[in-house]
Ligand binder design. Sequence first.
Ligand SMILES: [Zn+2]
Length: 258
Amino acid sequence: MKILKLGTVLCAATLLFSLGLSGCGANEAEAAVPEEETAAAEESGTLPEADASDFVLLAEAVPDAILEIRYYSTYNFVGDRIDGYEEPVALLTKEAAAALKEASDDLMARGYRLKIYDAYRPQMAVSHFVRWAEDIQDTRMKEYFYPGLDKSVLFDQGYIAAKSGHSRGSTVDLTLFDMSTEKEVDMGGTFDWFGIESHPDYRGITEQQYQNRMLLREVMLAHGFKPIDTEWWHFTLADEPYPDTYFTFPVNSDSVQQ
Ligand SMILES: [Zn+2]
């Protein structure tokens, strides 16, 4: 799977900027803060987008999941640790984490574990992606994530978003890990690959690879998540508790410890 076609939309990782994409939050307009949230913020001195009190650590909520937090490492499309990732942990709203626990239990019974690449993503991380996209000279990771894509088209073609659904705290990027082979399941593509090959319904892969994508999708949907049509690894809790809030606190365990 080395061929990449231009003009396809990859969300998030993700990149996405703009126009009419669903899922990673590209064009979601910034929503007004509800009055009650504003009032509560004034009372407590905390802005609603800085309030992590409804979030949990994934390692606590879904202990069977394997964490490989790519944006804490330098193995991502930028090539640096991403702003706001202060520890290699994953945070989600408690509602999304509870649903993910059910998906995990379901998959464990079938011989798999979930492997998590990203979950809550603070706004400062998304802003880092935008800054990176504006620097078209920086192509350090091109070979691994976007070999067929000219970086200059990222904004115009809708690859980079000023906002991501991940910042709302109920979206997760993940794959399956096969307990019998002790390897990641072959999805016919890799996390954060920018191209049409990442579309869940892409058929230029083997039947087995396609079935593997569908297994992940079916289980996630059965437990309350919804997919997007551009990334096989990306799912959002359908009934997300904060559909209009783009959180700003960093990814670390202190954010969620009361
Ligand atoms: Zn995602």
